[in-house]
Design a protein around this ligand. Structure first.
Ligand code: PEP
Ligand code: MN
Length: 367
């Protein structure tokens, strides 16, 4: 197992995790989430385990920043109230979805992720994350930070490890670029979201990334998701290029069940038969995700349509569908961007959109 100096290490067996996720909740089985009291005593925990053994439930312990849970899978004919009333148990829930901990069925209150400096992500708070597709140079970093600060934007996006369709395209400045960027952004009070592509990159990136992005191509890289479950930083998980909503939610379940509840889901467009634009932004998914999960939902209109002239419309539609935030590509000179220039807004175009998006959010919240 990996060990990260700044991260939470979990004392439960890795091999047991998600033994329950493989459609194990079939007709004869049910899954329960047992929320433990913060100060459950050792003997209360032992009694609970005994009870679960007695009824032949398989169990997994999940400990996160926010809670301590036991996930039990076993026979459906068992009445969960018999456990719910035991001492040391805060609550108990039965969850029938294939995804469990990320489901809204048991946690009615939406997850709001807080970053240092009072930044909030989730229901009731609208977040804009903007920046270039790729971090390119010191000058570009400075100009972008200046642009964001002027517009009250507190999270900057940018890739230092770029997944590119062609191996001959620019693939990013790597860890040195990230350090440079981090120092400049933090001086200006701006947080960083950046993509991690491999488990091996996490440890070096950890001090310099405020939010880890998992890209569409890695949406079901379960080793990466497991590892990000063990870090103490939020994760923005993008939907796979051909990923279903259920697959996205189950991918998020990997992160949560490994100990990290601070997850955002991102709709960034999917592959369809339509070739008129880069991807088909699935606005439907935003509305549905807000209903299925308590996690924040972020929209990426830049990749969602892939054409600059429509990014504003798609962004506004995403907000109306329920998005808690927008992640978008901006560049001082989009036509000179090292990657994704065709879908990147110039600073004046972006400024106009920031205002419109804030208005759209206010309007939606008033409905
Ligand atoms: C990006 O954010 O620049 C990116 C590569 O996104 P995606 O993984 O959605 O293609
Ligand atoms: Mn991009």
């Amino acid at each position: 197992m990996l060990s990260f100096s700044n991260s939470r290490i979990h004392a439960f067996s890795h091999s047991l995790i998600l033994a329950f996720s493989h459609s194990s909740t079939n007709q004869q089985q049910q899954l329960m989430i047992i929320q433990l009291d913060q100060n459950i005593t050792a003997s209360q925990l032992e009694r609970l385990k005994e009870k679960l053994r007695e009824i032949q439930y398989k169990t997994n312990r999940v400990s996160t920043q926010y809670g301590d849970y036991i996930i039990g899978v076993g026979k459906k004919d068992f009445d969960i109230r018999a456990i719910g009333t035991m001492p040391g148990i805060r609550d108990i829930h039965r969850v029938s979805d294939d995804y469990k901990l990320v489901s809204k069925k048991w946690r009615v209150e939406d997850t709001v992720i807080e970053l240092e400096g009072g930044i909030k992500l989730g229901t009731g708070h609208f977040a804009i994350m903007a920046g270039p597709c790729s971090i390119e140079s010191e000058e570009q970093i400075e100009k972008t930070i200046n642009h964001l600060a002027t517009n009250g934007i507190r999270i900057m996006r940018g890739g230092v490890y770029k997944p590119r369709s062609s191996p001959y395209s620019f693939r990013g400045l790597g860890i040195e670029g990230l350090k440079l960027w981090y120092n400049k952004a933090h001086e200006a009070g701006i947080k960083i979201i950046t993509e991690v592509m491999m488990v091996e990159q996490i440890e070096a990136m950890l001090p310099y990334a405020d939010i880890f992005q998992v890209g569409a191509r890695n949406s079901q890289n379960f080793n990466l998701l497991d590892a990000l479950g063990e870090v103490g930083k939020p994760v923005l998980l993008k939907r796979g290029i051909s990923g279903t909503i259920d697959e996205l939610l189950q991918a998020a379940e990997y992160i949560f069940s490994n100990g990290n509840e601070r997850i955002m889901l991102c709709e960034r467009g999917i592959r369809t038969y339509e070739t008129a634009y880069r991807n088909t932004m699935d606005i439907n998914a935003i509305a549905m995700l807000k209903d299925k999960t308590h996690l924040p939902v972020i929209a990426d209109p830049s990749h969602g349509i892939g054409l600059r002239r429509y990014v504003d419309k798609v962004a506004l539609a995403s907000i109306m569908a329920g998005a808690d935030g927008i992640i978008m590509e901006v560049h001082e000179q989009p036509e000179k961007a090292f990657s994704d220039g065709q879908q990147t807004l110039s600073f004046p175009e972006a400024e106009r959109l920031y205002k419109q998006m804030r208005q759209a959010f206010e309007l939606r919240e008033g409905f």
